[in-house]
Design a protein around this ligand. Structure first.
Ligand code: ADP
Ligand code: MG
Length: 301
């Protein structure tokens, strides 16, 4: 198969591993920087130019769209969809996952367990917002943050009030969430491909930190998930419309709660912690599922 990997940097572990796995399985792999693609939507025949050459004959595209280029990156994925190329994750589903509030709304509708979460716009609602999630301690999150940036723990009511007021002052979009203290700085990342959790790891925040992100010094180890956690992860990915997802779960005393859904989950942490060849499994999924024009939304809505 001819497969495009949309990635800004061919030296990134995930990009490299995907390319290796694809080549190993006999595929023709092209790493394409989405920011160097030009989109031609003027004609009946949608096309993409990359370095002055038209991209043709692709069977599948693997979007690895970083948060900072979501807007243009998704436009490129959508254009591939218009051309009938099978996307490993479709543009609409990636778009949903990039907005934490929208994701949580979709998960809630599907009945997936979530931390108590509130969101408000008006300036005089601070107290009500704090009460909505059961008071302090609580977590305040920027809607479009990533890698733990923009996630703040407010330990007291006063601190919560100040953080919320400061974010409002900045006109930032944020949500307020119950702090799952009993998770003790750990979360579970379930790597979902299709209808399977193919690997899972536990990430533990470093001493004195509540955020378990590996980018913030968290440590990853292999973990065995419970059947309830497994089904939570699968339902979460399905309700977002993602074929591939990293579902982050906190072990709360009211059961597993989904904290975040990641549509371009990294391979390095999970492959290292679990010793699984996730790259090869992603390629196998493409081999099984790639068909022309096979998306649920074809870029709509
Ligand atoms: P990001 O997109 O920046 O990774 P997350 O929502 O995943 O944002 O939050 C970063 C980290 O903060 C999580 O991995 C988790 O360890 C911690 N965290 C986030 N929300 C909560 C919460 N409600 N309760 C306890 N810990 C949390
Ligand atoms: Mg996270």
């Amino acid at each position: 198969m001819k497969i495009a990997i949309l990635s800004r940097n061919r030296r990134l572990y995930s990009t490299r591993r995907l390319a290796e796995a694809g080549v190993q399985r006999g595929h023709d792999i092209h790493i394409i920087d989405p920011l160097r693609c030009t989109i031609d939507i003027a004609s009946q025949r949608p096309t993409i130019q990359f370095k002055q050459q038209e991209l043709t004959g692709f069977d599948a595209v693997v979007p690895r769209i970083g948060a900072s280029i979501t807007f243009y990156g998704l436009a490129v994925v959508r254009q591939f969809e218009m051309m009938g190329v099978y996307p490993l994750n479709e543009s609409v589903a990636i778009g949903r996952s990039r907005d934490k509030l929208r994701s949580l709304q979709l998960l809630a509708r599907a009945g997936v367990g979530l931390p108590l979460t509130g969101f408000a716009h008006s300036v005089d609602d601070t107290g009500a917002l704090i009460e909505m999630v059961g008071g302090a301690p609580l977590v305040v999150k920027l809607l479009e943050g990533t890698q733990g940036r923009g996630v703040v723990l407010a330990e007291t009511y006063k601190a919560a009030e100040s953080v919320i007021d400061a974010f409002r002052e900045l006109d930032a979009n944020f949500l307020v969430q119950e702090f799952i203290k009993e998770a003790s700085g750990a979360d579970i990342r379930c790597f979902v491909i299709g209808d399977k959790v193919v690997a899972s790891m536990k990430r533990q925040a470093k001493e004195g930190e509540f955020r378990s992100n590996l980018h913030r010094g968290g440590a990853a180890t292999l973990v065995k998930v419970t059947p309830e956690e497994r089904s939570t992860a699968l339902r979460a990915a399905k309700s977002m419309g993602l074929n591939v997802a990293g579902i982050d779960i906190l072990r709360s005393n009211h059961g597993p709660v989904v904290m975040e859904v990641n549509s371009s989950p990294g391979l390095e942490g999970i492959e290292t912690a679990t010793n699984r060849d996730v790259g090869a499994q992603l390629m196998q999924f493409i081999e099984k599922n790639a068909k022309p024009y096979k998306t649920k939304t074809r870029g709509k809505g």
